[in-house]
Design a protein around this ligand. Structure first.
Ligand SMILES: Nc1ncnc2c1ncn2[C@@H]1O[C@H](COP(=O)(O)OP(=O)(O)OP(=O)(O)O)[C@@H](O)[C@H]1O
Ligand SMILES: [Mg+2]
Length: 219
């Protein structure tokens, strides 16, 4: 299925290249994003989804935000440094935007142009999601967990994870609101279940949205 409204752009050339995907269907180029709170299970599920796609003949490019490029890695260090507690929210948003610009230009765009499936561990901070319209994901898989469960799983202490519980609840609610507002782009998956159950649901949502396209349809 082709998602509506993707603007044509020189940075988003999307050649209709054949890729022997699942069940012989053409699944690439395809831009998937997995979002969720810290500890929601993104890394766990991306690894499983990538293995499944690889087995099916569509080995994906797995990437992440922030920090997927050499410049992005430095931006990530600035964002996560616990000594940067005074960081202004706009500074933070612009650092994410700078990381994303580099990521889109150097990693995601070229991979899609080469006819690959791309899976990004996060792509945009929820507040900026609809601000940049030149390279949007086909499907955002939102791993939905309660903030309490996510904190329990994550168990780390970088700057963002040290923020108050109230902030975590707000982030969680903001993700859900985005998924409600943009049902065509978001697949909200209950990620509190066992990893195998979450994995099955992600496959179902990916299959449902993209693999069931008529054979030969270009994205
Ligand atoms: N469905 C699940 N049920 C129980 N435990 C899980 C589940 N999924 C992941 N975990 C465990 O929770 C922890 C966090 O998972 P993971 O690293 O995949 O989350 P993440 O979303 O990538 O976190 P971060 O944002 O911090 O990178 C890991 O120890 C993982 O084994
Ligand atoms: Mg992770």
């Amino acid at each position: 299925m082709r998602t509506p409204g993707r603007p044509a752009s020189p940075r988003n050339p999307r050649p209709p290249q054949a890729n022997p995907g699942i069940g012989g269907q053409d699944v690439a180029p395809l831009f998937l994003v997995v979002e969720g709170m810290d500890g929601a299970g993104k890394s766990t599920q991306i690894e499983r989804l990538a293995a499944w796609l690889t087995e099916a003949g569509a080995e994906p490019v797995v990437t992440r935000e922030p920090g997927a490029t050499p410049i992005g890695a430095k931006i990530r260090d600035i964002l996560l440094d616990p000594s940067h507690a005074e960081m202004d929210p706009r500074t933070e948003a612009l650092l994410y935007a700078a990381d994303r610009a580099q990521h889109a230009a150097k990693v995601i765009g070229p991979a899609l142009a080469a006819g690959r499936v791309v899976i990004s561990d996060r792509y945009v901070d929820s507040s900026l999601l609809w601000a940049t319209r030149d390279l949007l994901p086909d499907l955002v898989i939102l791993l939905d967990v309660s903030p309490e469960l996510a904190r329990g799983r994550a168990g780390t202490t970088d700057r963002i994870e040290q923020e108050a519980a109230a902030f975590h609840a707000q982030v969680s609610e903001a993700y859900r609101e985005l998924a409600r507002r943009y049902p065509d782009r978001f697949a909200m998956v209950d990620a509190e279940a066992a990893p195998e159950v979450v994995e099955r649901e992600i496959r179902r949502r990916v299959e449902e949205r993209f693999v069931a396209r008529p054979a030969g349809s270009a994205r």
